[in-house]
Design a protein around this ligand. Structure first.
Ligand code: PBG
Length: 326
């Protein structure tokens, strides 16, 4: 019998050949770096479950943003830790709230960086839920007004993109309308469209001090078992005016990333969340895997699945690793 004429190993023989036929290339342009900002000065508080990540005061945040930009990373995503939490998450939409201050400072100091802001209430509410709570329930419609106010306050501070992560129904439309009415027609919306009720957010809730004080988020975030529903969520958000749609988490949901890209052909972001980062860091610390190679392999997989943008705490490390590869 004739041996197969096509021998796939021919093109794997040397690194140069492999480079010639490589289908996907990670670049710093693919990344957005999430950052946590808190009140104070000179603050750089390590987050235990996310080694290498910090709660930063605005001055330190600006340094971090400059570094990211110098590494070729085009954008940062900001999460705020308020001075005080209350039932309605007031600092989320305060003119001089921590995120609003941070956006202004970055915009003043760094010229070539897209500033994305997380729009949600959970970091700002005393109960830790992403919306207004009445009689032990997270109420959808009363929350929309507050989210819209938060988005407008971020746009006013200079945010380029607002990113609602609350999963209330109709919030993209409410935010789009409020932005337009306030004259911020050019502020884009990156919607956390298919955001799952995931245990992978564990370390983030330490970082952002945003764990719900009762119950869980399953009444508003998606059931991890559902795929078709994600397509409905994406369709709704696009219809309501989303410019970029996001799938979150990333690694356990690559089928969703693929389906969204294939079905809608719009800019798709994937959020490689805190738990994905923590798992790699922990195993690497134990000497159980090669951190740099696993990091690049995971990010490549997310890109291959169809993500145009990857939100990742590895953004700086990956940009450095990619620069060394060259
Ligand atoms: C806020 C929000 C969360 C994350 C991003 N925005 C946490 C949550 O929904 O509980 C998670 C990010 C991460 O784990 O890295 N709603």
């Amino acid at each position: 019998m004739h041996f197969p004429a096509y021998r796939p190993r021919r093109l794997r023989r040397t690194e140069l050949l492999r480079r010639m036929v490589r289908e996907h290339h990670l670049r710093p342009d693919d990344f957005i770096l999430p950052l946590f900002v808190r009140h104070g000065r000179g603050q750089r508080q390590p987050i235990d479950s996310m080694p290498g990540q910090f709660q930063l005061s605005v001055d330190e945040l600006v340094r971090e943003a400059k570094e990211a930009s110098a590494l070729g990373i085009p954008g940062v995503l900001l999460f705020g830790l308020p001075a005080e939490k209350d039932a309605f998450g007031s600092e989320a939409y305060a003119k001089d709230g921590i995120v609003q201050q941070a956006v202004r400072a970055i915009k003043d100091a760094v010229s070539d960086l897209v500033v994305v802001t997380d729009v949600c209430l959970c970091e700002y509410t005393s109960h830790g839920h992403c919306g207004v709570v009445e009689e032990g329930q997270v109420k959808n419609d009363p929350t929309l007004e507050l989210l819209a106010q938060a988005a407008v306050s971020h746009a006013e501070a200079g945010a380029d993109i607002v990113a609602p992560s609350d999963m209330m129904d109709g919030r993209v439309a409410a935010i789009r309308e409020a932005l337009d009415d306030s004259g911020y027609v050019e502020t884009a919306i990156m919607a956390y469209s298919a955001k799952y009720a995931s245990a992978f957010y564990g370390p983030f809730r330490e970082a952002a001090e945003s764990a719900p004080q009762f119950g869980d988020r399953k009444g508003y975030q998606m059931d991890p078992a559902n795929g078709d529903e994600a397509m409905r969520e994406v369709a709704l958000d696009l219809d309501e005016g989303a410019d970029i749609v996001m799938v979150k988490p990333a690694l356990a949901y690559l089928d969703i990333v693929w389906r969204v890209k294939a079905d809608f052909g719009v800019p798709v972001a994937a959020y490689a969340v805190s738990g994905e980062y923590a798992m790699v860091k922990a195993a690497a610390r134990l000497g159980w895997l090669d951190e740099e190679r696993v990091m690049l392999e995971m990010l490549t997989g997310i890109k291959r699945a169809g993500a145009d943008l990857i939100l990742t705490y590895f953004a700086k490390d990956a940009a450095v690793a990619l620069a060394q590869e060259r």
